[in-house]
Design a protein around this ligand. Structure first.
Ligand code: FEO
Length: 388
């Protein structure tokens, strides 16, 4: 269950912001329902603020913090992750609250020097695996999460309220109140931003499995509560590159529409057989969504034209994105189009050569310009091989 109200506990308040004006998150991801930058404050005998927010929301965040403090002063700022969507206001905070101490990993303090020209010594507390911070009525325990998805990352466990502050882990695109499926936008976020680092996420899941957790407070998206097994299971599947759902992703590029016609004919044949299919025009649709589906489903079909003795540029970009994110454990088929000397299949297969545990289909398709009787027979053979 997700909690869009962002209620965590009587002692832990959400003081984050919703970004409804953003065009591209991290300069590349479309976010039709905006983005949330979460920050929390833990009110105890001592007060700890968990992370800051993006630079465009300084005033809103400071006001949220001020409201939550009810006249008290914060003692600590815990910086779990130094990517600027969370750390942009560290210097602002430290200037506004001159008695506060910043708590972070050694790696985070090095990054603070890079970003702010200072690591705030002597007002700094370096934490490492298992370090604790006593707030009076509760103790926070820090767990390192290197390369999930930056090297300095820590997550934080509050054993009193049994809350895991999970940094970018379990985050998603969209504002906290976005009316959308968690799995879909969390998966697109995970595969795109964290997906390369499956081994490191597995290590973090192993550490987290020893904790009794009632709520997960990520740095993006809603607070997670109740059926936490659902979210943890998704993370386990995604980070181990296992197939999540049986189905076929068809990713195509087309110059004049013939390759598109072939790709959509395959989609139609598969759907008729009751197979789940998602098809993407790589030049026009969101490539991050296409990458997400390639990781979600069991089978992938790549369809493109031969172009400048190679493949169409958007397909090149797509295959590189798959490789960068550790694409593996899937079955792949190729559709190539080439009017006089088709080489696209050979090029695509070579590009995927170093991906682990890919199985290639027996039935691939070569089209010379437009579909004909021979290539249509190949296409139907592929549909037969890839149907559910
Ligand atoms: Fe949400 Fe890696 O910053």
């Amino acid at each position: 269950m997700i909690d869009k109200t962002m209620y965590v506990s009587d002692s832990i308040k959400w003081i984050g912001v919703n970004d409804r004006a953003i065009d591209l998150f991290e300069g590349q991801y479309v976010v039709p329902n905006g983005m949330a930058y979460n920050s929390y404050v833990i009110i105890d005998e001592k007060i700890a603020v968990m992370d800051t927010v993006d630079q465009n929301f300084t005033e809103e965040w400071l006001k949220n913090l001020d409201d939550a403090l009810s006249g008290r002063m914060p003692d600590y700022l815990v910086v779990q992750h130094m990517e600027p969507d969370h750390s942009a206001n560290v210097a602002v905070f430290m200037e506004k609250y001159p008695e506060a101490v910043v708590v972070a990993s050694m790696g985070a303090f090095s990054m603070m020097k890079n970003f702010f020209g200072t690591d705030f010594a002597p007002r700094k507390m370096v934490v490492k695996e298992g370090s604790e911070l006593n707030l009076g009525g509760r103790t926070l325990t820090f767990v390192t999460a290197p390369m999930v998805h930056w090297p300095e990352v820590i997550v934080t466990y509050d054993s009193k309220d049994k809350v895991l502050f999970s940094a970018d882990g379990f985050g998603k695109f969209g504002t906290v109140d976005a009316d959308e499926d968690w799995d879909c936008e969390a998966r697109r976020y995970y595969i795109g931003i964290v997906g390369k680092f499956g081994t490191q996420v597995q290590a973090l899941l192993k550490k987290a499995s020893g904790l009794e957790i009632n709520k997960i407070c990520p740095l993006h998206g809603p607070v997670l509560c109740d059926d936490l097994g659902h979210y943890i299971n998704k993370y386990d599947i995604w980070s181990s590159y296992r197939v999540e759902d049986e189905g076929v992703t068809i990713a195509y590029s087309s110059v004049y529409g013939h390759t598109k016609t072939v790709a959509l004919k395959l989609a139609e044949a598969l759907e008729k057989s009751g197979t789940k299919v998602e098809a993407f025009d790589l030049a026009r649709d969101d490539q991050a969504e296409a990458v997400e589906c390639a990781f979600r489903y069991s089978k992938l079909v790549l369809a493109t034209t031969t172009y400048n003795g190679s493949i169409f540029p958007v397909m090149n970009t797509f295959i590189h994105a798959l490789k960068e994110h550790n694409f593996q454990n899937r079955k792949v088929a190729f559709i190539e189009n080439g009017t006089w000397a088709p080489v696209a299949m050979k090029v695509m297969k070579e590009l995927l050569a170093d991906c682990k545990n890919l199985t290639f289909a027996d039935n691939n398709v070569t089209v010379k310009g437009a579909l004909n009787e021979s290539s249509e027979a190949q296409l139907m053979a592929l549909a037969e091989e890839f149907k559910a």
